[in-house]
Design a protein around this ligand. Sequence first.
Ligand SMILES: C[S@@+](CC[C@H](N)C(=O)[O-])C[C@H]1O[C@@H](n2cnc3c(N)ncnc32)[C@H](O)[C@@H]1O
Length: 234
Amino acid sequence: MKIVKEFSRFAHEYHRHNIIQSEVAKKLVSMLEKKSYLKVLDLGCGSGAVYQNMLKQHIVVDEFIAFDFSEEMLSLHPIDKTVKTVCSDFNDRSSFEKYRDNEFSILISASALQWSTNLTSVLDSISRLAPEHYFAFFTAKTFATLHKVAGISSPIYSKKSIINSLSSYTIDTMEELEYRLDFDSVLEMFRYIKRSGVSGGVGVLNYKKMKNIMKKYPLNYLEFEVLFIKARGK
Ligand SMILES: C[S@@+](CC[C@H](N)C(=O)[O-])C[C@H]1O[C@@H](n2cnc3c(N)ncnc32)[C@H](O)[C@@H]1O
């Protein structure tokens, strides 16, 4: 069964542009079973939502590898004696060559791997790196109504294709959550989409098309669907 979590339009503006991602990181970290890990790899770490949630949830880590291909994002990541930033592309298999099998206690990735150019290949290349993997993927149902109105198909992987891409894993747990974010106007919604980085294919539409969609969009909220998975490499 799906749980719908709604976010009020009154949430503070600063926090709003990444409110869903922060909730996703919080939920993913809450799935961790231990309170202490030797070495953690966070793929697509961004500005450190996973790390911050681990601190908040009193999870202790000896070594935290914050991996992202954006120097700009890495510069926002919290610095600590346990944190090491790695600027690398997860689409490139050679990014992982330097790591031994099970080099990490866990591999975690929140709201990042849905942007893989080839999800099966990325998941395959990282499966040997840790005995336990925790993933949160946005799915194709994100912005479902918007895509329908715009007549475009989602560029994000469907739940089915994500599961198929996990062929080199044994899935231990899987949960889908639907989130809703309320807006006062459709214009505000489009501004959010532009700023949040979760463009979901809407970024390709020109102004005229956008205006037309804004007239037809029937909801006062945006839909997001996230798949949370705990898995082990086979
Ligand atoms: C939506 S953000 C999520 C950030 C963070 N994990 C969180 O939960 O808030 C996605 C992150 O993935 C990174 N990313 C996207 N594609 C990547 C790639 N091919 N290699 C490494 N990082 C990538 C982006 O730079 C961005 O920081």
